[in-house]
Design a protein around this ligand. Structure first.
Ligand code: ATP
Ligand code: MG
Length: 420
């Protein structure tokens, strides 16, 4: 009988070595591109006080309502596995008094946790790569941040994606809009989908996100949020779009893009692939000028995004073919004397940065050489009693099936030849 605990938990996955190379590739590319713009990596804890997320993400959002992994620890504290990183980074920013430096640019990569129905591109433990640019009201910050998402996705060979962008204004603008939106939608209440009917009272802006065809039809004639923006928000949005034009980044303005977290204001954006399912959003982000103040810090504007890495990988794995680096050298030994002597050779291979595998099977030389071949090694170093007694070493060039024996000292002198 298979034990249930031998399965990974629903919605979680092992990432095996053949996949890890993709994750390492993403990490390396992100680190290179982002450090060029002077972004520094930050790592915050995976567990935080439940209150941190409740107070920032918003009581009526899906994340807080139904997706949090929350438990009570031995000291009766409510703890949550982070569903996203922005709240944690804002907390770290305030907590470590990082506001003493005027501008902070951070990036992160790590696991996030949401209790959702697992589907392709939707897991309970998933990974986000994200950036946060903290300390600037300038629309240039929005443009730089969006440019970085675009550049990274481009360099990671994501094909055919579209940037959608909107401005949701500030709190007062949204309040006025909300009142008018609800007034309009109440006229059609019975025709709205059930979720949207509930949201009329809890979070009416999220109705704009509804995938229901009938609801969308009703929304076509609803008041438009952009008509409620004041001069500052309108100007900000106009400039962000202008900078994107100057960067040659194509985008589509989507007046219904509101995003699922409460802390956003002004700019919101998503990068989507053309796939038809509900998991086609690869990157989501926006501006959040009030979050840090709300957590007890000084008024500090910020803008950022997060990319879902499982979704990204699903889209790029066909374009981006990576192979694990093969070993150059396989080390075959036999007998105690050889196994005592081999360590000096290992030290020299390390010094020369030559990738190798040490055979640990204690099988016959032919079997060890067979494995060297299977692993795609270029050379097999052979050290047995005979070599030890004659103070020499045998090297086999695997693709030519040729081997030669040279004095030990010469072998060491010429060890860097095993690189090629
Ligand atoms: P969705 O509408 O698809 O649930 P979201 O708005 O909840 O997405 P965000 O909170 O904006 O997602 O997170 C940013 C990105 O993280 C998403 O665009 C997506 O790529 C990824 N993401 C979010 N939730 C999951 C999940 N459960 N599994 C895998 N990736 C996820
Ligand atoms: Mg979600």
């Amino acid at each position: 009988m298979k034990s249930y605990f031998m399965q990974p938990l629903r919605g979680t996955k092992d990432i095996l070595p053949y996949e890890i190379i993709y994750w390492q590739h993403i990490y390396t590319k992100a680190s290179a591109i982002l450090s060029l713009h002077n972004y520094s990596e930050i790592r915050t804890p995976i567990i935080e006080s439940t209150n941190l997320f409740q107070r920032t993400i918003g009581e009526t959002t899906d994340i807080i309502n139904k997706e949090m992994y929350t438990f009570i620890d031995q000291s009766n504290r409510y703890i949550t596995l982070r569903p996203e990183a922005t709240a944690s980074i804002a907390r770290a920013f305030v907590n470590n008094k990082l506001y003493q430096n005027q501008l902070q640019k951070f990036w992160y990569l790590g696991p996030m946790f949401r209790y959702e129905r697992p589907q392709s591109g939707r897991q309970r433990q998933f990974h986000q790569l994200g950036i946060e640019c903290i300390g600037s009201f300038s629309p240039m910050a929005d443009a730089e941040v969006i440019h970085l998402a675009n550049e990274l996705l481009h360099q990671l060979k994501l094909k055919e994606y579209i940037l959608e962008i909107n401005s949701i204004g500030n709190l007062e603008e949204r309040q006025l809009y909300k009142t008018d939106l609800v007034k309009y939608l109440l006229k059609y209440k019975k025709d709205l989908d059930a979720d949207s009917q509930n949201r009329l009272y809890s979070n009416p802006l999220r109705i704009l996100d509804s995938k229901n065809a009938k609801t969308q039809e009703i929304l076509q004639y609803a008041p438009n949020l952009n008509k409620y923006l004041n001069k500052i928000s309108t100007e900000h949005f106009y400039l962000v779009c202008t900078y994107l034009d100057n960067l040659n980044i194509p985008y589509k303005i989507n007046y219904q893009l509101v995003r699922g977290l409460d802390y956003y204001n002004q700019t919101t954006f998503e990068i989507k692939t053309h796939s038809e399912d509900n998991q086609n959003t690869i990157c989501g982000g926006g501006r959040y000028n009030n979050l840090i103040k709300q957590l007890g810090g000084p008024t500090t504007p910020a803008v950022g995004w997060a990319i879902g890495l499982e979704r990204l990988l699903k889209s790029i794995q066909t374009e981006l073919i990576l192979h694990q680096q093969k070993i150059n050298v396989y080390i075959a030994t036999q007998g105690l004397a050889a196994q005592k002597k081999i360590w000096e050779i290992i030290r020299n291979l390390e010094k020369e940065n030559i990738k190798f595998e040490l055979d640990l099977s204690n099988k016959s030389f032919p079997k060890q050489i067979k494995r060297a071949d299977k692993l795609g090694a270029k050379f097999c170093i052979i050290l047995g009693d005979q070599e030890v007694n004659n103070n020499c070493i045998t090297t086999r060039k695997l693709d030519e099936h040729k081997q030669y024996t040279v004095p030990y000292s010469i072998f060491l002198q010429e060890i860097n030849k095993l690189k090629h």
